[in-house]
Design a protein around this ligand. Structure first.
Ligand SMILES: [Zn+2]
Length: 228
């Protein structure tokens, strides 16, 4: 459906809104309730419009950015429809370095955290287990790139045994791998431990990765200056 929205003092622009209600997911004629704009900077306005579904009677908002452009002494406006997806924050710091090494690991971790917050305990457990696997494997591949294919196919426990060179963490990580296996399977071998333990171990793994990455970075710097 097309609606006209005020984008600044003098101008309105036509925008297209999907004919489906984001709340009840049914086809609807979105009913425009109100709209407004706020200046972001000299050339851009943030535009918001509130709609109501005539079916389920609930409201929702749509956001746009109106950008002013000057071409051959004419002023034109570009309208961008924003899809606002809440960015899920992590409950522990995960550095950009770790994210660079294991982007999927971080994504899964944050999704598992969201599941935990929604009290979806079983999903959270499986999620943390999966995040652990990605963090450990991505990190092991980074430091042992010649074994990449082997590492991908190896069971997590073996990867930890072979490639994690920190005794404390190995105990830590193995324990979490055991617990993690339980989360993913029908039968629990360690019913006294749940995903909160797994999560603690997982934090240990992430902390270890941070430390090692800093060390590798420093080592590379030292080696480079030795050569030059
Ligand atoms: Zn609706």
């Amino acid at each position: 459906m097309e609606v006209k929205l005020r984008i600044n003092h003098h101008h309105s622009k036509t925008v297209t809104i999907a004919d489906v209600c984001p709340n009840c997911k049914k086809p609807t004629n979105p009913h425009l309730i109100s709209s407004d704009y706020i200046s972001l900077d000299n050339s851009r306005n943030s535009v918001v419009a509130t709609f109501r579904c005539l079916g389920c009677k609930h409201f929702w908002v749509e956001e746009f950015i109106a950008t002013e452009r000057h071409i051959n002494s004419q002023t034109i406006y570009n309208i961008e429809h924003l899809e606002v997806i809440p960015k899920l924050p992590s409950d522990i710091p995960i550095s950009e370095d770790v994210e660079l090494v294991s982007p999927t690991g971080k994504q899964i971790y944050v999704q598992a955290l969201k599941a935990e917050h929604e009290r979806l305990d079983h999903i959270a457990g499986i999620g943390y287990r999966k995040a652990l696997e990605f963090f450990v494997k991505d990190f092991s591949i980074l430091t042992n790139s010649e074994d990449e294919e082997k590492i991908k196919d190896m069971p997590l426990k073996q990867v930890i045994d072979k490639y994690i060179n920190d005794d404390d963490l190995k105990t830590f990580a193995l324990a979490s791998a055991y617990i993690g296996n339980d989360e993913g399977h029908f039968y629990r071998k360690n019913p006294d431990k749940d995903f909160t333990h797994l999560k603690k171990y997982l934090h240990g793994v992430i902390y270890y990765m941070e430390k090692r990455l800093m060390f590798l970075d420093a080592q590379e710097l030292v080696n480079r200056s030795k050569k030059s």
